[in-house]
Design a protein around this ligand. Structure first.
Ligand code: AVJ
Length: 316
């Protein structure tokens, strides 16, 4: 049942630079830690984007009216706690249906029940799924608009981000839109503080993946024997999170042994940062056109509206 998780973990830890896919952070506990991260003073992306969204919603409403679009079908990728969509739904009254896709099914169920209380007339669908892979959506007559907030796209290497954007353009189809939140390149200290907070919430979030592996995959990690590390890789324009072994140690996972040297790391996450123009370039390589750009004060976060144009020649 957990064989994909097991295979991903074994494959990642057999590499010379050991790694684990960040999508496995989000078990029930990990999703809770992530919500705590979003409350941190140091973690600026969450609140910065959230503050931009009422304005974004208002301007989207005017933009779509201008285009004589009367119905929107909103599809959120990596939906999590569904806080970000609220200001959009508040302002964008032409949304006829909301579909939320997330990897953590239970978390999503609770969040969509809460959303249904706030928007009782809105049809809401919750789908557990891996949005990093191509998928099928039930599309209505309303204009599809993808929603991918939080700079979650930053978890992908640029190649994979390009694939995601291409796949999403096929999934959403001709005449669709995509609203994206993208974290920007900025002062290194500000970036590193956001991923290595003084209350160590991010450290617990990072180490929780080891606890999850112990529980679900019959392993014997001692999370205390690993140290949380977050560094900005200037060359590649990304925050890297690692778990650094405090000693020489051996860990058993489903009967396979893994050696860790003191100081050796498991690379657990990348969080890419883009100049707005840099991201527009990436989106346009995937066939999207940038329609609108909203920047937070000091350009510390960007929200973009992309349009697919006519892609009817593409396979659906
Ligand atoms: C959910 C991927 C957007 O990269 O900022 C937060 C995850 N990791 N703190 C990010 C995360 C550590 C977050 N994303």
């Amino acid at each position: 049942m957990n064989s994909e998780f097991l295979q991903d973990v074994l494959a990642g830890l057999r590499l010379p630079q050991k790694e684990l896919p960040p999508k496995y952070f989000y078990d029930a506990q990990g999703s809770k830690y992530f919500d705590q991260i979003c409350e941190l003073e140091e973690y600026y992306p969450y609140r910065t984007e959230l503050r931009l969204l009422p304005q974004v919603g208002k301007e989207l409403q005017a933009y779509f009216r201008e285009k004589s679009i009367t119905g929107i079908q909103l599809v959120e990728f990596g939906a999590g706690s569904l806080h970000k969509v609220k200001p959009i739904l508040q302002e964008l009254t032409m949304v006829k249906q909301f579909t939320a896709i997330d990897i953590s099914g239970e978390h999503l169920k609770a969040a969509s029940a809460e959303l249904a209380d706030i928007f009782p007339d809105l049809p809401i669908k919750a789908a557990q799924g891996d949005f990093t892979k191509p998928m099928q959506l039930e599309l209505s007559d309303a204009t599809p608009m993808g929603f991918f907030p939080g700079s979650t796209i930053g978890n992908f290497d640029p190649d994979d981000a390009l694939d995601f954007l291409r796949n999403a353009r096929v999934t959403l189809g001709s005449g669709s839109y995509m609203l994206l939140g993208v974290d920007t390149k900025k002062d290194q200290q500000m970036l590193e503080d956001a991923y290595d907070d003084s209350s160590n919430v991010t450290a617990r979030f990072n180490k929780n993946i080891l606890t999850r592996i112990n529980r679900e995959l019959d392993a014997n990690f001692d999370p205390d024997q690993f140290e949380h590390v977050a560094v900005y890789n200037q060359q590649l324009g990304r925050i890297e999170m690692h778990l650094r072994s405090r000693t020489d140690q051996q860990v058993e996972i489903a009967g396979e042994s893994f050696q860790f040297e003191k100081g050796e790391t498991i690379h657990t996450e990348n969080s890419y940062k883009y100049h707005p123009a840099e991201f527009e370039q990436l989106a346009s390589s995937a066939g999207w056109t940038r329609e609108c750009l909203w920047l937070a004060p000091d350009d510390i976060f960007a929200v973009m509206l992309l349009s697919s144009g006519d892609n009817s020649a593409m396979p659906r």
